[in-house]
Write a protein that binds this ligand. Sequence first.
Ligand code: WQD
Length: 321
Amino acid sequence: MTWLITGGAGYIGRHVVHQLAEAGERVVVLDDLSSGSADRIPAGVPLVQGSTLDRADLDAVIKGHGVTGVLHIAAKKQVAESVAEPLLYYRENLTGLQNVLEAAVAGGVRKVLYSSSAAVYGTPDVDLVTESTPCAPINPYGETKLVGEWLIQAAAKAYGLSTVALRYFNVAGAAAPELGDDGVSNLVPMAFQRLTDGQAPLIFGDDYATPDGTCVRDYIHVADIASAHVAAVRRLNAAAEPISLTLNIGRGEGVSVAEMLAVIARISGNPVAPQVAPRRPGDPARVVASAELIHRELGWKAEHDIDSMVSSAWAAWQLRH
Ligand code: WQD
């Protein structure tokens, strides 16, 4: 099997590429390098600079590298940006996916692994979110991820594909400092940026119906996200008959914003008390995964804890700042 990984130069993609290569899988990366970087691709893994918006790029890499499976990670993923630029997000995330599926079917590829997101759930009012929890995305980013799942399910039925959609919860950390997240659009890097600028980290609202009043999320180490992809690839490699799975990737444990900021203060050695700011529109009080189904279907469970996520993220941050 040779796996094409779109977006393999990005933060999550490069972690997946490293673990798949270390697991002995043959991989090739297609990335437009708009946000990822070529120097994060392991030696020996071919990198083709190209776009999922260009069907010819996809046909060439599938044919040229004898691709037999596609792991589609390339997407834009910033919620606020998706609200400001919905058409950009629909083009990048859905037209890109449609091109990947058309090229896969035309190229005889029958196994597809898709990067989805907890954003498909919107604001679920449940203690633990299962894969049967109704999906009601509240922003264009989440909509593109849900519609992407529908596209893949329809293609699987029509063309006999085997597919796994992985719904990432809140990803943090780095398997190595040089693989860290370059973005500053999520809690951990946003808090690091404030501390680096000598400012107090912000808590967007402390009047939610949660134990300490701040929002609760399911934080998952990016290395655990990557190992879940390795487990899914192995399941797809072994599938003699078409399979179709949609799985949460989380730890099943809720951690509040205030708790995360306390860990960040301790590990970064910056005991600056956070400052409470107004609520951010659209933030649900609690989004925590049930990780039962992925454990049952793939035998996978998360291995890294919050301290590991924050300490590895801080080491990566210090390397770049
Ligand atoms: C987490 C919590 C904020 C910054 C988003 C996407 C989701 C996934 C993960 C891609 C919220 C609070 C944040 C700050 C704060 N991405 N916060 N102060 O919104 O849970 O999920 O990223 O798949 O799809 O929706 O993540 O890190 O933005 O926020 O209080 O400086 O931290 O209000 O409650 P979110 P986040």
